[in-house]
Design a protein around this ligand. Structure first.
Ligand code: ATP
Length: 464
């Protein structure tokens, strides 16, 4: 671990709380494990991340359309998808401190990779073989219980009183893509898309995650940004390569440094998958999955055809060929992107007076607040009125904040900590020369800009 990385996670968690990015859920009741709320600045950052993803996927591709399917779906969907039968993580408990850990993670720590399809017996065999090396991450003892598999789907009692679905439980969706598969025909019949085309969706997903650590990296209620690309079977491999390239470039465009990204190829593919690579990010706790890019063959549409009885094949209007499209999937968590962007932006640097300033160097398009407007002094009505007027003028074009708390130095510090690219100060000279001081977050340089040129200045400097 590098100097910078040590303690970085704690610093990010603390800043997220202190500055209103992320709060633990139900904190006044002692919190609620692995559930978090976005605060006033977090919600803005999350909106900007969603927008960047939507623009890169839907806006930039004439053959990709959006969807917002419901969280609840027919229970059969989760049988067809394989989640009811197989969406399970193996779990073991430390006999010393009762800490529960995912066995695949414990094994990974000692360089042993468990296959997702392994039975409990097979996993326990691996545990036995590596018993002397596997250590409790919490207390350090080497004494774990037998592994048991736990299904990750979150059950609900929705609609139980109607008896519509017999006694089958209903679930909160475990992934958003199933909503895309079941709407494949609807989108095809109601829009002008033709294969190859994609359907993109952003929405909540729920999983009974066993390990509730690592802040918003692994939440029980989280948000996914997924795109399913439907292609002719023979074009799947080329489409896959193309999407791998595009998704890598997307992170560079999001301001993530190349050295903090890494490809990881899945060693044990699920039986239907033809290829699976993850883009990993160098989180404060090391390189971990940020996005998965998968060639899923015709598995999903075939399964849903089988379980629903609907014909989900496609007839090519030109060649008349009929086939079940293959799917290339790109799937990323909003929360993991949020944490990656935070990690990337978090900077501590020495300023002229020897003090350390903390600054979030977000790419400007992601910054929650684009400009903060201050009157130099809060008890001078002529300055306050002018600053308010400027704020009112700018707020319809940019996410702005008016701030008259403390002195200007303190306001700069606060805005640095939330990553605001520009601070605009109205001072006594403004009243005579009609100009304001604009201070740049990264260089800390200040320049005088005429009030009537402010909007253009911000437009030019904030970029697209
Ligand atoms: P992991 O192996 O880390 O549990 P996964 O392989 O189960 O992840 P997928 O099912 O492929 O993840 O989900 C796609 C994406 O959704 C992941 O790359 C990740 O960004 C996000 N994601 C998955 N589970 C969570 C979670 N519990 N909290 C936040 N984001 C998640």
């Amino acid at each position: 671990m590098t100097e910078k990385k040590e303690g970085l996670m704690e610093k990010i968690v603390s800043l997220c709380k202190r500055r209103g990015f992320v709060f633990p859920s139900s904190e006044i009741y002692g919190g609620f494990a692995a559930v978090y709320d976005f605060g006033p600045y977090g919600v803005e950052l999350a909106r900007n991340i969603r927008e960047a993803w939507w623009n890169a996927m839907v806006r930039d591709h004439e053959n990709i359309v959006g969807l917002d399917s419901a969280i609840f779906m027919h229970p059969k969907v989760w049988e067809a998808s394989g989640h009811v039968g197989g969406f399970a993580d193996p779990l073991a408990e430390c006999r010393e401190c009762h800490f529960r850990a995912r066995v695949d993670h414990l094994l990974e720590e000692v360089g042993v990779f468990a296959d997702e399809k392994m039975t409990e017996e097979e996993i326990n065999q691996l545990m036995k073989e590596n018993k002397d090396r596997i250590k409790c991450p919490k207390c350090g003892k080497r004494d774990f219980s037998e592994a048991k598999k736990f299904n990750l789907l979150v059950q609900s009692n929705l609609g139980n009183f109607t008896g519509d679905w017999g006694k089958e439980p209903t679930y909160l969706r475990g992934e958003t893509c199933q909503g895309i598969y079941v709407n494949f025909k609807n989108v095809l019949d109601s829009t002008r898309v033709k294969v190859p085309f994609g359907i993109a969706q952003i929405g909540k997903a729920f999983r009974n995650e066993i390990t509730a650590r690592q802040f918003i990296f692994r939440k029980r209620e989280f948000e996914q940004m997924e795109m399913q690309y439907f292609v002719h079977p023979e074009s799947a491999s080329a489409a896959y390569d193309e999407w791998r390239e595009k998704r890598w470039q997307y992170y560079l465009d999001l301001g993530i440094k190349k050295e903090n990204l890494k490809w990881h190829e899945h060693e044990n593919l699920v039986f239907y998958a033809k290829a699976a690579w993850d883009i990993e990010y160098n989180f404060p706790f090391g390189f971990k999955e940020l996005e998965g890019i998968h060639n899923r063959s015709d598995y999903d549409l075939t399964q849903h055809s089988k379980f629903s009885g609907a014909d989900l094949s496609y007839r090519d209007p030109k060649t008349n060929e009929k086939y079940v499209p293959w799917i290339v999937e790109t799937s990323v968590g909003l929360d993991r992107t949020f944490l990656a962007v935070m990690t990337e932006a978090y900077t501590e640097e020495e300023v002229a007076d020897g003090d350390i300033r903390t600054v979030l160097k977000f790419p400007k398009k992601l910054a929650p607040i684009k400009a903060a407007v201050f009157p130099l002094l809060k008890n001078k009505p002529e300055l306050v009125d002018k600053a308010k007027a400027i704020y009112d003028e700018l707020k319809s074009s940019f996410m702005c904040e008016f701030d008259d708390n403390g002195n200007v130095g303190k306001r700069y510090r606060r805005q640095d900590e939330i990553g605001t690219p520009y601070c605009i100060t109205v001072d006594f000279e403004t009243l005579s020369d009609g100009a304001v001081t604009v201070r740049d977050r990264d260089t800390m340089l200040q320049e005088r800009i005429k009030i009537e040129e402010l909007k253009k200045y911000l437009e030019d400097n904030l970029g697209k």
